[in-house]
Structures are given as C-alpha cells and as structure tokens.
Design a protein around this ligand. Structure first.
Ligand SMILES: [Zn+2]
Length: 281
C-alpha cells in the first residue's frame, strides 16, 4: 500500500487522477466516438486519463473541492461549443489553487512513479523540497511564490501569439501535462494542456521570459484582448506535445482505425469533435 504523497499520513487510494477526471469526462461527452485515445496505448479505448496512487481519500476530497470551482468558474466557460469564450474571464483563488494542485500532481507523479525522463540526479534530489514548497502555497492559499499563466485557445488569441497553426484538435480537445526543465535551473515549468486552454505553471521562473496578459496571481480576471506575448518556448512545447499525439496516431491498428471511422460516420454532426474537425485557421 502506498502512503498519500500529499499528507504523508494516510493510505493512498490506488488511482488518483493527474489531470482532473472532469476533463476526460468532457472529452468523452463531446466526442463523436464517445471515447478517447491516449498516448501510451493508442489501441485501447482510453476512458479516463492517467492515474497514480498519489492521494488519500481526504486529500482527494480537498482537491476535488477546488476542481469543482475550476470546472464551474473557468473550464465550462472557456471549453464551450455553444457559447464563445467570454472576453473577460474572471479568476478566483480556487481556480489558481486548482492549477497548483495539478502542477503538484504532475511533479509528484514524475518523482514517485517515474516512467521515462531526462532529469539528472541533482535535479531529482531537489524535487521533495519543491513539492513541499508547492504544498505550503496550496495549504495557505499563498500566491506570492509562483507564477501561473493561462492562454484560452481562441483563434484570435492563438493568432496574435503566433502559436503553431496545427490541427485544432490539439488546442480544443487534447489533455496532457508534463514538467520541463532547462539546464542549470534556468527555468522549470509544468506545461498543462486541457481542452481550449494552455497553462504554464512556473516552478522556477525565468524572469526575463516575456509574458503579457496571462498571469493569474494578483489578477481577478484575464482579458482576451490583453493577452499579448508568451515566451517562444510555449510554441515549441505545443509542437512537441502535438508531435507525440501524432506519433501515436500512426500506431493505431487498421482494425481500430476502421472502428474510429465507423464511429465518426454514425456520430451526430453537432458533436464537439465534429465542430473542431471542421474548424480552419
Ligand atoms: Zn492525504
């Protein structure tokens, strides 16, 4: 039995979500096919996103409270096929804390359950204190240590930021999260991709990175028209994560590919994934 990595006290449940489960639920509900695929097992009809024994029941419950706020006050407004993303998106403390908890889960998962990464031993050795510091900010709702940036993925915003004009599926329907470190701690971030949003949580910020109009801490709203600049590495990460998705696409077996096509043929043309497929730059 694993111990909860957050409180370090109680037994962890077997399957905690890294990215909140409502994100995967939304992807399924708005899909023409009624299911989703993931990176590692492209031939399995993935239902629920990656999970790990990270949290106990109580910590799960604590996290789920801010997840509910994030879902209600941010996600359903931005990831919406019926109504356009509002020009002004209000930001609450719970929205920010929810992102902190996702970033914590990503880092904790990479530390406790590593699969493959390029971290050096020296880098890994600092993870426990980084996780502890993040936990303290979460527990105290302290917004003085970290910087979180959010980019709602509307055509206007993405075009202004000159982000890669790739398949809209990436921006509107994909979910993924990974941490990324630069040499000599020049910068250390968690890149979180959820439908209709790109989120960057700076664990170790690089203060010369240009961000305009994206930071959540200290702001009670994000105005789409004020989002002006993101560092160039964001576009590079978009391409990198999208290439990973595409690489797994080619591994889909012919049988599975035929199933997906059949599902699309039978799907309602009002489904979200149909709308995204039809979207052009
Ligand atoms: Zn716990």
């Amino acid at each position: 039995m694993e111990i909860c990595k957050y409180c370090q006290e109680k037994d962890a449940i077997k399957y905690s979500h890294i990215i909140p489960s409502f994100v995967y639920k939304w992807i399924k509900e708005t899909a023409a096919t009624g299911y989703m695929r993931n990176n590692h097992e492209p031939n399995l009809r993935q239902q629920d996103g990656p999970k790990a024994p990270l949290l106990c029941v109580d910590c799960e419950k604590l996290f789920s409270e801010v997840e509910n706020s994030f879902k209600k006050d941010y996600f359903t407004k931005v990831a919406n096929y019926q109504n356009r993303c509002p020009e002004i998106v209000n930001i609450t403390p719970e929205i920010i804390i929810c992102i902190y908890t996702i970033a914590w889960r990503v880092l904790a998962n990479e530390y406790y359950f590593p699969i493959e990464n390029d971290y050096t031993e020296e880098e890994i050795a600092r993870f426990p204190s980084l996780l502890e510091n993040m936990k303290q900010s979460i527990d105290r709702s302290d917004f003085s240590t970290y910087k979180t940036h959010i980019v709602p993925c509307t055509k206007d915003v993405l075009t202004r930021l000159k982000l890669p004009q790739i398949d809209w599926h990436f921006y509107e329907r994909s979910a993924a999260a990974e941490s990324r470190i630069w040499n000599n701690w020049e910068r250390f971030i968690v890149f979180i991709k959820i439908p209709f949003s790109i989120i960057v949580f700076e664990i170790v910020p690089n203060n010369s990175d240009p961000w305009i109009g994206t930071q959540l801490e200290g702001n009670d709203c994000i105005a789409l028209s004020k989002i002006g600049v993101v560092p160039s590495y964001v576009g590079a990460l978009v391409n990198h994560v999208n290439d990973q998705f595409n690489a797994t696409k080619n591994e889909v077996s012919e049988v599975q590919h035929k199933k997906i096509l059949d599902d699309f043929r039978n799907a309602h043309p009002n489904s979200g994934s149909f709308k995204t497929r039809q979207k052009t730059w």
